[in-house]
Design a protein around this ligand. Structure first.
Ligand SMILES: [Zn+2]
Length: 303
């Protein structure tokens, strides 16, 4: 049972309380605007029951390190914010709970399992709900993972994270009649061997994904692309990342619920070897702020 103080700590502010004595798996700050941001992969609190056997430095390259800091200005603008503190390699909140790699487990998985070959491509890469290997193909475990452990991770991490994102979008939509959800990520400058279906690909500065205009309208995505290009960045659209579960599950453009995945090239703000923030961080953050301010002035129903 969590200490009651821990349950309220994330609401008090993001900067000082989240990494303190008790484990908080998800932070939520409610908003007042139509905009919702979430960061599912920037968590750096490695739970004691993780039990990985690979090198931590290698594992940490899977994090979208510092993404939560890049957007730290947003809650003060009335933007709703959801942030995972658990690492992506422990449980990937950007997967469905059916994307279980059943070959990793100590027994039969009692729930439904995805059969769609496109969905299963992530599982084949070792990047299902529970990761089998790092982006470089190094195994995380030297044992079968118990079914009970996976169920516990879903209960502690996946369920509260998705409940928070779903509630924030519903609240924004109820207030304004529309919502814009940006699912915030970062990507390495060059795709690793087991990270994607495009190993070795040199990434653009940004990749905007809306699953081929199925999770946001074309004009909302175009506005994001054009704004970033106007700032001098290279931007790809739906390649090599189209967006995954967190936009698929919540984006319903016909109902004016727009969800976009935004990937930022890590070379713009950090040293990928040391994970240190670089001088590029501040100008990038200013540009992200200008994007958020632009979206706050946007009613997608009029685009
Ligand atoms: Zn990510």
């Amino acid at each position: 049972m969590q200490n009651p103080q821990c349950a309220v700590a994330p609401l008090a502010g993001l900067s000082s309380l989240r990494h303190n004595a008790c484990m908080s798996f998800v932070s939520t700050l409610s908003g007042t605007t139509s905009l919702v941001l979430d960061s599912p992969h920037s968590g750096t609190d490695y739970p004691e029951d993780f039990g990985f056997v690979c090198d931590l430095a290698t594992l940490r390259r899977a994090e979208d390190t510092h993404v939560e800091k890049l957007y730290s200005f947003a809650p003060a603008l009335g933007v709703a914010w959801i942030e995972a503190h658990f690492p992506r390699s422990y449980l990937d909140a950007n997967r469905d709970t059916t994307e279980v790699d059943v070959g990793m487990l100590d027994g039969p998985w009692p729930g439904p399992v995805a059969t769609d070959p496109v969905v299963l491509s992530k599982v084949r890469l070792g990047k299902g709900l529970i990761w089998r290997c790092t982006d470089d193909g190094v195994p995380l475990y030297d044992r079968a993972v118990t079914v009970a452990a996976v169920q516990a991770r879903i209960a502690r991490c996946w369920q509260p994270y998705h409940a928070a994102v779903g509630q924030a979008i519903a609240a924004a939509h109820a207030r304004h009649g529309f919502s814009i959800h940006i699912n915030c990520h970062s990507m390495p400058a060059v795709a690793a061997s087991h990270a994607t279906d495009f190993p070795g690909l040199v990434h653009a500065d940004f990749v905007v994904g809306n699953r081929d205009a199925s999770t946001s309208s074309e004009p909302v995505a175009r506005l994001v692309c054009d704004h970033l290009r106007s700032l001098g960045y290279s931007v790809e659209y739906n390649h090599p990342y189209k967006g995954v579960e967190l936009v698929r599950r919540y984006g319903r453009p016909a109902e004016h619920r727009h969800s976009i995945q935004l990937e930022i090239n890590r070379k713009l703000y950090m040293d990928e070897a040391t994970l240190e923030i670089t001088a590029g961080f501040a100008p990038l953050q200013a540009h992200l702020r200008s994007l958020v301010e632009r979206l706050l002035q946007t009613d997608p129903r009029t685009l």
